[in-house]
Design a protein around this ligand. Structure first.
Ligand SMILES: NC(=O)c1ccc[n+]([C@@H]2O[C@H](COP(=O)([O-])OP(=O)(O)OC[C@H]3O[C@@H](n4cnc5c(N)ncnc54)[C@H](OP(=O)(O)O)[C@@H]3O)[C@@H](O)[C@H]2O)c1
Length: 323
């Protein structure tokens, strides 16, 4: 048996309780990871509320990423190897199983805490910016929610490949965090629409959008010709009245909606193998990329972690130590 955070029902943070459940058994293409740390994601808050169920056949334990050591399973990964798991669930537990190709080695300079918060945000950012968005040097990218976990990864990846980054966020501390990572221009949306400033910046060749509804009209207005608008979240909602698709059409733009969790193994494995082949992990070795950790908590503080994220306080990842 092992300790895990179980949701006993759906609702507020009080539904999460530490419980004893059986240790999972790895399938033929899976490994078993002894989890040292996991990290929170927005999807966990939605799942806890009953709004984002796991894909069929996967565990209902929360947790989309972890760091730890190989404890059994497929021969691809020797016992004891320090790894990061890119999960469809199950990270809030002492052990988790995961497909052998959705495991990445931990860069040697990173601690288990830093590694726990790397996979979900960096793989999502890489997928949106390069795998789907085909971002190129000198293009202008608009990164919404720049100080979110994914936003901070997007800024770093974009600057690494010499794109020009315009980002939005909602406080002076968050503005500083985005600038410190190299964002060329930061707009605090609490002072009004970002539209005049992004037009002044030269418009957007790419939009990395986790905000959705409230920015749709201004996003359409700032798209450049042949631009790519990638929507990967709906922090402000998903329902919009009066969208004029002709305006997107006229700019020869591509609008792409993307999720990760419910994707096939083939898709997830392909993004991971391109991420590794492109050399992103080496950038953690040489210190150019950083896994930004806002807070490290014990697993017993899982409820406080969720409340911090719900209040939009975190700048980067909230990590839960399992051991
Ligand atoms: N599709 C995928 O594959 C995928 C994968 C991972 C994450 N996601 C999505 O990506 C988004 C970010 O996740 P994360 O874990 O990086 O989040 P996070 O670190 O918790 O940061 C989210 C930030 O977004 C901003 N925000 C929240 N509500 C907003 C609103 N209504 N309007 C504008 N900004 C708002 C807040 O910062 P401010 O104070 O600056 O407003 C908040 O701190 C979530 O929607 C998540 O579900 C999608």
């Amino acid at each position: 048996m092992m300790r895990a955070v179980k949701c006993l029902g759906t609702g507020g943070v009080e539904v999460m309780k530490i419980s004893q459940i059986p240790i999972p058994t790895p399938g033929p293409n899976e490994v078993l990871i002894k989890v040292h740390a996991t990290a929170l994601n927005r999807a966990d808050l939605l799942q806890r509320r009953g709004l984002y169920p796991p894909p069929p056949g996967y565990t209902d334990i929360l947790g989309l990423e972890c760091s730890g050591e190989i404890s059994g399973g497929h021969e691809k990964w020797p016992l004891g190897t320090r790894v990061m798991g890119f999960l469809r669930g199950g990270g809030y537990a002492e052990y988790v199983t995961v497909h052998k190709d959705q495991v990445l080695p931990i860069p040697s300079k990173l601690s288990y805490t830093q590694a726990a918060g790397l996979c979900e945000v960096f793989l999502t950012a890489y997928k949106c910016l390069f795998y789907l968005g085909k971002g190129k040097e000198q293009e202008k990218v608009l990164v919404h929610a720049g100080a979110s976990g994914v936003g901070l990864a997007l800024i770093q990846l974009a600057k690494w490949k010499n794109l020009q980054v315009f980002t939005t966020c909602g406080s002076s501390d968050k503005e500083k965090a985005c600038k410190d990572l190299g964002a060329d221009f930061v707009w605090n949306y609490k002072s009004g629409s970002f539209l005049p400033a992004i037009k002044n910046f030269g418009g957007a060749d790419l939009i990395m959008d986790s905000v959705g509804a409230s920015y749709v009209s201004d996003n359409i207005s700032c798209l450049n010709k042949n631009s790519r608008w990638i929507i990967y979240g709906f922090l402000s909602g998903s329902k919009v009245k009066d969208i004029d698709f002709a305006k997107i059409f006229a700019k020869l733009s591509t609008l792409h909606f993307t999720s990760f969790r419910a994707r096939s193994d083939e898709f997830r494995n392909d993004v991971i193998s391109k991420f590794i082949a492109d050399g992103v992990l080496e950038e953690f070795e040489n210190g150019r990329m950083k896994s930004i950790i806002y807070k490290e908590l014990g697993i017993e503080d899982v409820q406080s972690g969720h409340l911090i994220m719900e209040k939009n306080e975190n700048i980067g990842k909230i990590v839960l130590r399992i051991i």
